[in-house]
Design a protein around this ligand. Structure first.
Ligand code: NAP
Length: 310
């Protein structure tokens, strides 16, 4: 086995949580490296406008915020390498990371690999992505001013997005697979009170129709099996998130694919920590990812320094 590099702490993922962990680890005097398969930024970088991150009263674009956090980590001397991490296993008393750029060893690992929106997996979804198929109303809602759109799902995100879109679009359908919403009741009341939101219950999308642009949906009622076509201009798929933990195997405890941590961001394996959207129970906010990153860096610092001399 040839090891490319050995560090005290390696952070997997260069989104805002990972970059904050890297920044804090460096300020604790640690020898730290961040690995990410793509340009730093994570999911936050895809948000058009972030209005709720403290310190930016006028709001800030997700990309600019992500780039600033990344630059700040670099300014403090945190190195970032672009490789994809494909596996993690114990290695003596340390951890071995397999990557597309070779193997890395670290005493502590901070996992900040994030989560991505769950896909519907129906015909037309991949083909029309970015051409009327979106996973983020705050990013793309602007393009559907005075048009007709559908939101798929019945959770908090679906209803928040539907309410947001109702201010822009002429008409918003909410297509939900049951006759009861999962979303919190105050969001339900908000959505029910809006005239231009129409709920389509007990229904699933079987196809997204369109050539160069979304033109409609085929939906099927699960109780009656009736199929019908809904003509519209855009569809927002908000059916939850999938954590980027596939590469981890069973190395740490997971809950529905998300990493279980305690309040110190410790997983059930000594020396492995997790931050941000990949954590089970995360609020999935930039503010919480940043807080997680600071805590995890401190926990990793203590872990590295409290180990008996090797
Ligand atoms: P979620 O709560 O898991 O809801 C996902 C929704 O999508 C559910 O209604 C589910 O239907 C539906 N769904 C899942 N897979 C589907 C499929 N293949 N086809 C059709 N429908 C499908 O996810 P979320 O709304 O993204 O929220 C994630 C977490 O963030 C939650 O814990 C939420 O409370 C939290 N959050 C909180 C706030 C807030 O407090 N303001 C805001 C946003 C998010 P079923 O109901 O039938 O399962």
């Amino acid at each position: 086995m040839s090891v490319v590099d050995r560090k005290e702490t390696i952070v997997v993922g260069a989104g805002v949580g990972g970059c904050t962990a890297g920044l804090y680890a460096k300020r604790y005097g640690q020898d730290v490296l961040i690995l990410d398969k793509a340009a730093p930024g994570g999911l936050a970088a895809t948000a058009a406008h972030i209005a709720n991150y403290p310190g930016f009263p006028e709001g800030i674009s997700g990309l600019e915020l992500a780039e600033r956090v990344h630059q700040q980590a670099r300014n403090h001397g945190t190195a970032i390498e672009l490789v994809e991490v494909t596996g993690l296993e114990p290695h003596n008393d340390e951890w071995l990371l397999h990557t597309t750029g070779g193997d890395y060893v670290a005493i502590a690992i901070i996992i900040a690999a994030g989560a991505r929106p769950r896909t519907l997996q129906v015909p037309g979804e991949t083909e029309l992505r970015g051409m009327g198929v979106s996973y983020c109303a705050t990013c793309d809602g602007f393009f559907f001013r005075d048009e007709t759109v559908a939101v798929i799902g019945g959770g908090d995100v679906a209803l928040e997005e539907a309410v947001y879109l109702s201010e822009l679009a002429a008409k918003v359908y909410v297509v939900h697979r049951r006759d009861e919403l999962r979303a919190q009741s105050h969001l339900q009341q908000q959505a029910f009170a809006l005239d231009n939101i129409e709920f389509i219950w007990d229904s699933v999308v079987t196809e997204i129709i369109g050539d160069q642009q979304v033109e409609g949906l085929l939906i099927q009622n699960k109780k009656t099996a009736d199929q019908r076509r809904l003509d519209l201009d855009g569809v927002f798929i908000t059916i939850g998130y999938v954590a980027a933990t596939q590469w981890l195997g069973n190395i740490v405890e997971l809950n529905d694919g998300f990493i279980v941590t305690d309040q110190y961001m410790r997983t059930n394996r000594p020396g492995i920590f997790a931050v941000g959207d990949i954590r089970s129970g995360s609020l999935r906010q930039i503010a919480t990812a940043v807080g997680d990153g600071a805590i995890a860096a401190h926990s990793a610092y203590e872990y590295v320094n409290q180990r008996p001399e090797q």
